[in-house]
Design a binder for this molecule. Structure first.
Ligand SMILES: NC(=O)C1=CN([C@@H]2O[C@H](COP(=O)(O)OP(=O)(O)OC[C@H]3O[C@@H](n4cnc5c(N)ncnc54)[C@H](OP(=O)(O)O)[C@@H]3O)[C@@H](O)[C@H]2O)C=CC1
Ligand SMILES: CC(=O)N[C@@H](CCC(=O)OP(=O)(O)O)C(=O)O
Length: 344
């Protein structure tokens, strides 16, 4: 199956190249750029020399529809809202990694992202797909909206409790941390070495654009209250740790808790639940599509602590996009993604 990647020169794009060049069912036939037409990807990414012999092409929807079966959009949020409708109208199937089609309510998008929302007709057609939590099959969809990195870690951490209806409404607090590649390749003052090194920063306090995305999905799963969600920048390249606190109705043994999570994720190849008392670290999922979860119940406070880790560029972006493409076209869910994390 023929694949095109827009934004191949970015971090998410680079991960798509890494995964897809050895995928058994997809072949990268074209990579697109808005700024480096005609150049070889090796000029931008020397680490790909000799592996992916590709010249960057200009974005031309009609040509793209003719030459590809599916197009991944790894472009800045705000670009996909314009580009995806053009590609879809030309006949492309699109897997979008941006935030542009995730929120069903356009007013929410405009409030949280501070920019104009995508056309409503396309938002309605877009299927938000976090595969472990999807109710229906995504087969036949033309526009897949890939979840955000923080929502992926957080929702996978919370879903078993929410579905079991044992969380007290209003009790959920999420304290999340990310490596700097989460901000992409664009340079900003906050991302340079001297600002980041030996530093820990909270940012977008009560303003993070992933709050409505998490709440939208929690509502679908059966939890209706607003959440408290804070994000921190950690001096590391990859990884997200979402530490989640919630109060349970009544009491629960840790064994029951463990069984609840294990049963929920028993047939989900990318979610690994640690034994009670063991908590995952970001390195344990680095460069892989796994989401690892650790859980604990404090019977003094009645609070559960859940620790959920992912690689932001993999399960948080490119890995999950390929997982979605596998499901969309009926391939093995794990095809091209069945490798272990890089450790240490
Ligand atoms: N980084 C992460 O951990 C995650 C990222 N995402 C989302 O994935 C998307 C890509 O992120 P990431 O790879 O980190 O970002 P980067 O900033 O690293 O890369 C974005 C790429 O988009 C291309 N681009 C810029 N402007 C345009 C334009 N006007 N039209 C077409 N292409 C354009 C650029 O390539 P060129 O100049 O060659 O066109 C650039 O390399 C974003 O929407 C992000 O929010 C989602 C989850 C996690
Ligand atoms: C570390 C860091 O800055 N992370 C980014 C993640 C953004 C992202 O992936 O945003 P979309 O919703 O646009 O896809 C942030 O917190 O905004």
């Amino acid at each position: 199956m023929r694949v095109g990647i827009v934004g191949a020169t970015g971090y998410g794009g680079a991960e798509l190249l890494r995964i897809l060049h050895s995928h058994p069912n997809f072949e990268i036939v074209a990579i697109y750029t808005s700024s480096q037409q005609g150049r070889n990807i090796h000029y931008h990414y020397p680490h790909l020399t000799g592996i992916i012999p590709s010249t960057l092409e200009e974005i031309d929807p009609i040509k793209m529809a003719k030459n590809t079966d599916v197009v991944f959009l790894a472009v800045p949020t705000g670009v996909a809202s314009q580009l995806a409708p053009e590609l879809l109208s030309a006949g492309c199937v699109v897997i979008d990694l941006t935030g542009d089609f995730r929120l069903k309510n356009t007013e929410d998008y405009e409030y949280w992202y501070k920019r104009k929302a995508a056309p409503r007709e396309w938002i309605e057609k877009a299927v938000y797909s976090l595969p472990e939590l999807n109710k229906a099959s995504i087969k036949g969809s033309k526009l897949i909206s890939n979840p955000g990195c923080y929502p992926t870690a957080t929702l996978l951490g919370l879903a078993p409790l929410v579905k079991a209806k044992i969380l007290k409404e209003g009790s959920v607090i999420i304290d999340a941390k990310s490596g700097v590649s989460g901000a992409g390749q664009t340079v900003s003052l906050g991302n340079i070495y001297s600002e980041l090194n030996e530093n820990l920063k909270i940012y977008k306090v009560n303003q993070h654009q992933h709050i409505p995305e998490i709440e939208q999905m929690l509502q679908e799963l059966g939890y209706d209250s607003p959440i408290t969600f804070q994000t921190h920048l950690v001096p590391m390249t990859r990884g997200i740790m979402s530490t989640i606190y919630g109060t349970v109705e009544g009491s629960m043994s840790e064994d029951e808790l463990w069984k609840l999570y294990n049963d929920f994720y028993v047939d989900k190849p990318f979610v690994r639940v640690r034994d009670i008392g063991i908590f995952p670290s970001t390195k344990e999922v680095a460069a892989s599509n796994f989401c690892d979860i650790g859980i604990s119940f404090d019977d003094r406070t009645g609070r559960i602590t859940i620790v959920s880790v992912i690689d932001n560029l993999m399960k948080g972006a490119a890995g999950q996009a390929v997982q979605n493409a596998n499901l969309l076209f009926g391939f093995e869910e794990t095809a091209g993604l069945n490798f272990s994390p890089v450790y240490p």
